[in-house]
Design a binder for this molecule. Sequence first.
Ligand code: ADP
Ligand code: ZN
Length: 424
Amino acid sequence: MIYNSQMECMDRSALRQLQTQRLRETLRRVGAVPFYADRLPGNGAAVSVDETDSLPFTTKQDLRDQYPFGLFAVPQRELARVHATSGTRGKPTLVGYTRNDLATWAELCARLLAGAGARPGDTLHVALNYGLFTGGLGIHGGAERLGCMVVPASAGSTHRQLLLMNDLHPAGLKATPSYALHLAEVAEQEGFDPRSFGLRYGIFGAEPWSETVRARLEDRFGFRAYDSYGLSEMLGPGVAWECGHRNGLHLAEDHFLPEIIDPATRRRLPPGEEGELVLTSLTKEAYPLLRFRTGDRTALLPDPCPCGRTHIRIDRIRGRVDEMVIIRGVNLFPTEVERVLLSFPELQPRYQVRLWRDGALDNAEVLVEARRPAEADQAALAHRLKTAIKQELGVSMGVRFASVPDGEGRNKALRVIDERNGVS
Ligand code: ADP
Ligand code: ZN
């Protein structure tokens, strides 16, 4: 089922026209944001979607610098809701929605659910966190829009989640892939048979995951697993998702303008080439963003899709162009660990973060070195560092004293050893 075939299957030349018209409206709207007003070309009214080179990029750093309301295009009283991304550098990124933005978001999430085969009347089990995280409430709105019955289970209380699925027989599950693996493992320990839940589809996103995980999830739950991509800066979930052909993720082009750039030269790359995904919002009122550098590595797949949707597809996200890692849902740049570390004069300014998985859950530890190992009270030092990391970065990380390689012989020290390999 295609939720909005008029938009999703629109003839491409009409779609390009619509995008250009919406881009120009967006350019008018961001005129109210000093950050953009200062950076916009004088001829904004003439810009078309094929020539965005004159428009400024927006980076994650810009979002942090403008916290909390600097990038909002409407006054606070016109907002209907805010969400926040997991705080990096101790500061979250605040994103906001007008009532129209919430309606758009619900529609896009309804489209994404329908893409995986959801139908009105389905019961949908949402095991994504509800709260400031965009996942839970975003999907919730879309499921209600589509006409599903939602079980807003949120994340956690795994035993109760399994009980609910066992008793309510939902048609669909929405979760992060790592939490779904965890659900499957706990099910096994507690004697549930996930195949007997009767799920038809599972939709997973918010973090990278591999085809191996897809196969494992499908095997454990007996459903078809779909990939879904979103980011709070654009709305949350509902930016791109797989249809039944699962040959890439259709990106909602009537609401977002995608480009792929070479992250080093910032030049636009032709379809098919892999680079950094850059997105411009075309309809957002509260928090419009121009050429936002997502940091996500992918390619545009322009071939027509047999499903009939005309919106371009992006390849499954292949990783990040920066060193950002996602640990239990918290976005983290290794340099932030460094910042905390540098406030400890007893420690060498070298470190290495190691990530691994225990069952389905992320674990992290940081390897550090004392300047004067003989004198250091390592246990006390480790405890203080652990507390500081938790407090400032919001992640629990073990601390281990070891000899840390200093990056000799490499251009860049190896700061992160990620043994998780996506969710695999
Ligand atoms: P949320 O996790 O709520 O979607 P964030 O804004 O905190 O929002 O994180 C967005 C980031 O999560 C994306 O930029 C991307 O790196 C990652 N992400 C989201 N969905 C996927 C996906 N399907 N595959 C890989 N990475 C994803
Ligand atoms: Zn398709």
